[in-house]
Ligand binder design. Structure first.
Ligand code: ZN
Ligand code: ZN
Length: 95
């Protein structure tokens, strides 16, 4: 699927694979450990570019509902643009 981030560049689309819940969990845990590891794992396992993998990892919010750029904490859908700062949040629901 194509995803944009209005805060980074609203004219630049990135390709994001359809991750399963277990993949989402794994990638988020890797990001907590190291963003570089998470990016490498995505590049190695999915057919997307390093640029797209970086976009994915940068936009995963570590806590469900909380924007990764500002203090908004009531984001309720996946792949949402924050109403305050315009950042894309992957906001993966994992349970
Ligand atoms: Zn962004
Ligand atoms: Zn925000």
């Amino acid at each position: 699927m194509k995803v944009y981030c209005k805060r980074c560049n609203q004219n630049e689309a990135f390709e994001v694979p359809e991750f399963s819940i277990s993949e989402k969990r794994k990638i988020r845990n890797l990001k907590i450990e190291s963003s570089l590891k998470a990016i490498k794992t995505i590049v190695d396992n999915y057919s997307i570019t390093h640029r797209d993998a970086k976009f994915v990892v940068r936009h995963i919010n570590l806590e469900y509902g909380s924007c990764n750029r500002c203090d908004v904490n009531d984001i309720s859908t996946e792949y949402s643009t924050c109403p305050k700062c315009n950042a894309m949040n992957f906001n993966w629901k994992m349970d």
